[in-house]
Design a protein around this ligand. Structure first.
Ligand code: TXA
Ligand code: MG
Length: 360
């Protein structure tokens, strides 16, 4: 739920920093806020994060309050060196170490058994902890210079699409956190891949930019948490990543995914769009560079090109937010191939659509 403006009473400092060219000094105040138990939103290579001192229960408590996040949904702890990994984990299995070495800093989160240095307030009461070393220069330098382990969920109000730009964070959290660092667009645009390495065969709990194929090249077999593979809403499947159970990433409008060959999908979307428009609704359509010129009704946007799925990943959350601000009642989207990066895209789309797929 978005807080009403009357609750947004804090003065949030917004600073712009050039991700490719900044001096460590520019992050001094942000680092100080983190050390003192405050909240700073910062860019990462995946999405913007809302950071606080992960070892300070008061500070992480502020994250839950600011986001309206259920307290059983654990936070990812962000680190800037491998020494921290040793401190925060009870044991670091060989496969975990190999994945950390292969993909950190980068868009991969690993689940370990936690050490006593990680408070339960950060792990939502679990005995495991999620850890990631981000590659984004601002995120990395902020964590390093603050000297704290930075607990950071995505910097959106719970339930809204994750923020890929500072403007999205401002939309959700201005007036309720201490600082927002604007470091430009988050490159990848989808949250990190989460891999649980506490089990003999590690499992992917959330697909992302680092794919199963990339992981298997390093450690051999990897499994999927059941909840990742489901294509229907099934309340009996309890995801291992508590956050994956919530209706997530959801735009305000009613989103439906159309699946089938390209021509049939375009035809079906044009037809339903026309019907809804005639009954007075506002309609949004998500096409691709390849199809966008074939849609004739409603607000039509291209999400990117099928020739390069990273363009699609990069604009998914932004497009959902745009349709929110434009007040779309119904949103219709094409579907994407459920492999490699497409798997992460479809995972987020399915959740955003409440698993509503029309096969045509
Ligand atoms: O890319 C990202 O991962 C971004 C940036 C800011 O690093 N962060 C992010 O955090 O997406 P958040 O809180 O929006 O998503 C974290 C997910 C949630 O689904 C949560 O339930 C899961 O990670 N998680 C955290 N700790 C866990 C644990 N110990 N066991 C299983 N799942 C865990
Ligand atoms: Mg999130």
């Amino acid at each position: 739920m978005l807080l009403g403006d009357e609750f947004k009473t804090m003065k949030t400092k917004i600073v712009t920093i050039d991700s490719n060219n900044f001096k460590p000094d520019e992050l001094k105040e942000a680092a100080e806020i983190l050390r003192k138990g405050g909240l700073v939103a910062f860019p990462t290579e995946t999405v913007y994060g809302l950071g606080a001192d992960g070892q300070n229960p008061d500070a992480s408590g502020k994250i839950y309050a600011a986001k309206g996040r259920p307290s059983d949904n654990p936070l990812i702890v962000h680190i800037a060196d491998l020494k921290a990994l040793k401190e925060l984990t009870a044991i670091c299995p060989e496969k975990g170490r190999q994945l950390a070495e292969a993909f950190w800093p980068g868009p991969l989160t690993l689940i370990f058994n936690k050490s006593s240095k990680v408070p339960y307030s950060t792990t939502g009461g679990l005995n495991t902890v999620a850890i990631r070393m981000p590659a984004h220069p601002i995120a990395y330098e902020l964590i390093r210079s603050s000297g704290v382990y930075v607990a950071a969920p995505s910097a959106n109000v719970s339930g809204r699409p994750s923020p890929t730009k500072a403007a999205h964070v401002i939309e959700d959290l201005n007036g309720i956190i201490d600082m927002i660092i604007d470091g430009g667009k988050a490159d990848i645009g989808l949250e990190s891949t989460i891999v649980d390495v506490t089990t003999e065969v590690p499992a992917i709990l959330r697909p992302g930019y680092i794919t199963a194929e990339m992981i298997e090249q390093i450690i051999g077999k990897v499994e999927y948490d059941k909840a990742v593979l489901t294509r229907v809403q099934d309340f009996n499947i309890k995801p291992k990543a508590p956050g994956m159970k919530y209706k997530h990433y959801a735009p305000k409008g009613d989103l439906t995914i159309y699946e089938g060959n390209s021509k049939s999908v375009v035809r079906a979307i044009n037809k339903i769009a026309e019907e809804k428009l005639l009954t007075g609704y506002k309609v949004g359509i998500i096409g691709t560079d390849e199809t966008v010129s074939y849609y004739h009704k409603g607000i039509v946007k291209t999400i990117g090109t099928r020739k390069d799925e990273s363009t699609i990943a990069g604009s998914l959350f932004e497009i959902l937010r745009e349709f929110d601000s434009e007040g779309a009642d119904y949103i219709y989207t094409e579907s994407f191939e459920n492999k490699q990066l497409g798997q992460a895209i479809m995972n987020r789309l399915l959740k955003a659509a409440g698993y509503h797929i029309e096969k045509v």
